[in-house]
Write a protein that binds this ligand. Structure first.
Ligand SMILES: NC(=O)c1ccc[n+]([C@@H]2O[C@H](COP(=O)([O-])OP(=O)(O)OC[C@H]3O[C@@H](n4cnc5c(N)ncnc54)[C@H](O)[C@@H]3O)[C@@H](O)[C@H]2O)c1
Length: 661
């Protein structure tokens, strides 16, 4: 059967042969056992409803075994045999170009070079799922191959509910992931309802088909490091940045430090991960001896090298050693996985990696104590450095939250709502006021032809547009514009494409709209093939997350999620090709609501109309909310937007003199 035939077939008429478990592939960890015996029966019944009754007797024991062995039913047997990767859009079967673009993006999210646990349909973050099982994948692809531009595919947390009549301006797909009745949104609720097969954790760009590999995180981290140095009025050259983690997202830090031009010292306890990042050339050197490391850091600073030095060991050792040696750290942060402190996200100091892993499984109570003890030491060493002038920020990894729970000295002297801790988060100090409040966020595009030349042309077009816009940009956003021009100029050289031909570029509403418009024209003129637009959910308007994206909202509304919900509803009737709204993502189930979109540009007048209407809303929704929260940059940005678009009329806040209160 051809690739097209297999897509159109959906769930095969004859059962495929069972697939042997391939240990060479990176698999999802066994999930904890949470279902009662009765609930296990329900999970099996739920899984079998995808198949004709004649297959149930054969599939039942297999699914039962998967549930027992892995804690989930993935239906491994149904994983297709064709190569999983984004193909040229022309290779997908179907009636709708928009639907074909979505198939391409789904396959990209499951590409072995892109996905973390491809056989379990997990793209990143350990649990960020595109689908919960292979039957859902097969059915969804079949539906997409049948869908017309007068229909919409409805996705309930990975499950394709079906095709419903709509109209050509409606989204072709509407995705929800993990939407729960709020009271049922605790971490164990995810374990249970995911095991039952009725919901899934979509992360941000996994369950919305918009992940583009590590490029996105490198760009965002580079912007953060550059702006952290600006915050302390220091050139990155010769400056020292100390942090930890060479994992999924944290591994972007040394690469970003190199692009920014500073000396980066990064601790990682896991030797395998350290080696991978070194082989990949994302970190330049590995050190195991602290004395040698100190000598090397001093030398690198003196020579103003842009270099990243991994320390294979615990991050607390570095903070303490550098204090003892009076080595001045300019910028400090931490990216251990403290959103998951008891199951391998954070390793205690003073014991080996293997000892910790053993203790975690055999004596979890003692492990917890060791973690908390380490957090107290960690915070205390950081405090010594900040007293000497180090600028420290929390990297959205729940470091301050967990340290505070462990009784570490991290609380502010006079806490106020949103400023509970001694130190700010990266969004409070950097991304929020410098980027999100002005509308700058992780806009991205994918060249649907799969042709690298198209990507090069789109880079050139985007660069020309930004260089034109900067001529009339106000002083307030000059720096952001310059950073983005520098990024896009170096993008080809940084060679960050993994999977589809994709590019990320922080841009504001004007930039996003003008770049998209220019792409659409280039498609119309036959200069490039179709382009898919999208963005990370970690953006101006897409995400309500009180300790991350909306942590610089100080009017008390950071615990609300109206913005994210409005965003996705607004995008859906302004021309998005697909929209998505998720519970969870980054900081955990129940802790965040995030939404996003995808949009196909095909060179048509319809695409031109849609992109203008939707992108304007997609950015200005969040700016208006940030402005209402009295954020200075956002008040400036929304007033500017109202000048450009007379149909935009936003309620502005009146500022109250604090003395009156
Ligand atoms: N990069 C970003 O822009 C960004 C944004 C928001 C949040 N985060 C957060 O950053 C955290 C890290 O994400 P990730 O995907 O890299 O996770 P990950 O689990 O893949 O990587 C974390 C790494 O830290 C290492 N580690 C743990 N304890 C350590 C210790 N005491 N000393 C040295 N190394 C230690 C682990 O071995 C692991 O490799 C998450 O909590 C994530 O939510 C990152």
């Amino acid at each position: 059967m051809t690739f097209q035939d297999q897509i159109q077939q959906g769930i095969p008429n004859e059962l495929p042969q069972p697939k042997p478990y391939n240990p060479a592939i990176n698999h999802a960890p066994k999930r904890k056992e949470i279902l009662t015996d009765e609930e296990k029966k329900l999970a099996l019944k739920n899984a079998l409803r995808y198949f004709e009754p004649k297959f149930h007797a054969e599939l039942l024991p297999e699914f039962k075994e998967e549930l027992e062995k892995f804690g989930r039913i993935y239906m491994y047997r149904f994983r297709p045999d064709y190569e999983m990767k984004a193909r040229d859009i022309a290779e997908y079967p179907g009636k709708s170009e928009q639907a074909k673009a979505i198939m391409l993006m789904i396959q990209n999210n499951l590409d072995y070079a892109v996905a973390q646990h491809p056989h379990e349909l997990i793209t990143y973050g350990g649990n960020g799922a595109v689908f919960s099982n292979w039957a859902q994948y097969l059915l969804t692809m079949k539906y997409l191959s049948e869908l017309s531009d007068e229909q919409t595919l409805v996705m309930y947390s990975g499950h394709p509910m079906g095709l419903f009549p709509s109209h050509k301006d409606a989204p072709r797909v509407v995705v929800t992931n993990g939407m729960m009745i709020p009271n049922y949104s605790k971490p164990d609720d995810w374990e249970k309802f995911n095991a039952l097969g009725v919901t899934q954790y979509g992360q941000m760009t996994a369950g919305s088909y918009m992940y583009i590999g590590p490029q996105g995180i490198v760009h965002g981290t580079t912007i953060t490091v550059l702006n952290a140095f600006r915050k302390i009025n220091k050139e990155p050259k010769g400056g020292l940045f100390v942090t930890s983690g060479l994992g999924g997202m944290s591994g972007a830090q040394p690469k970003a430090g190199n692009i920014a031009g500073c000396v980066t010292v990064i601790a990682e306890v896991n030797p395998k991960i350290t080696k991978i990042r070194h082989d990949q050339k994302w970190v330049n050197e590995i050190h195991e001896n602290l004395d040698d490391l100190v000598v090397r850091v001093r030398e690198a600073q003196k020579n103003q090298e842009a270099v990243s030095l991994a320390y294979l060991g615990n991050v607390v050792d570095i903070w303490e050693k550098f204090d003892a040696e009076n080595l001045r750290i300019d910028i400090g942060s931490d990216q251990t996985s403290l959103h998951n402190p008891w199951a391998g996200g954070y390793y205690p100091v003073g014991q080996t990696f293997e000892e910790s892993n053993k203790m975690m499984a055999e004596n979890p109570e003692l492990f917890k104590e060791k973690v908390q003890e380490t957090l107290r030491r960690h915070a205390s060493a950081i405090n010594k450095h900040t007293a000497k002038g180090t600028y420290f920020f929390d990297y959205g990894n729940a470091f301050l939250l967990e340290a505070s729970r462990a009784g570490a000295d991290v609380m502010a002297e006079n806490p106020t709502l949103g400023r509970e801790f001694k130190y700010p988060s990266y969004v409070q100090d950097i991304m929020g006021p410098m980027c999100f409040d002005y509308g700058f966020g992780p806009f991205r595009w994918v060249c649907a032809s799969g042709n690298p030349e198209d990507l090069q042309k789109t880079d050139e077009i985007a660069c020309e547009i930004l260089e034109e816009i900067i001529k009339n940009s106000p002083e307030e956003i000059q720096q952001q514009m310059k950073d983005n021009i520098q990024w896009i100029k170096g993008a080809q050289e940084n060679n960050l494409v993994v999977g589809s031909q994709a590019r990320i570029l922080y841009a504001d509403a004007e930039g996003r709209m003008k770049i998209a418009e220019a792409f659409n024209k280039a498609i119309k003129n036959g200069e490039i093939g179709p382009v898919v637009l999208g963005r990370d959910h970690h953006d101006v308007s897409g995400t309500d997350s009180p300790y991350r994206e909306t942590s610089n909202i100080y009017d008390g509304s950071r615990f609300t999620a109206d913005m994210a919900i409005h965003n996705v509803i607004g995008d859906s009737f302004r021309g998005a090709t697909w929209v998505s709204i998720h519970n969870g993502g980054g900081v955990g189930w129940g802790e965040v609501i995030n939404g996003g979109f995808g949009m196909l540009l095909d060179g048509s007048d319809d695409a031109d109309r849609r992109l203008k209407s939707m992108l304007f809303w997609d950015v200005n929704n969040g700016i208006s909310r940030r402005s209402w929260a009295r954020n200075e940059g956002a008040i400036f940005a929304i007033k500017r937007a109202m000048e450009v678009e007379p149909n935009l009329k936003v309620t502005l806040p009146n500022l109250v003199d604090d003395k009156l209160l």
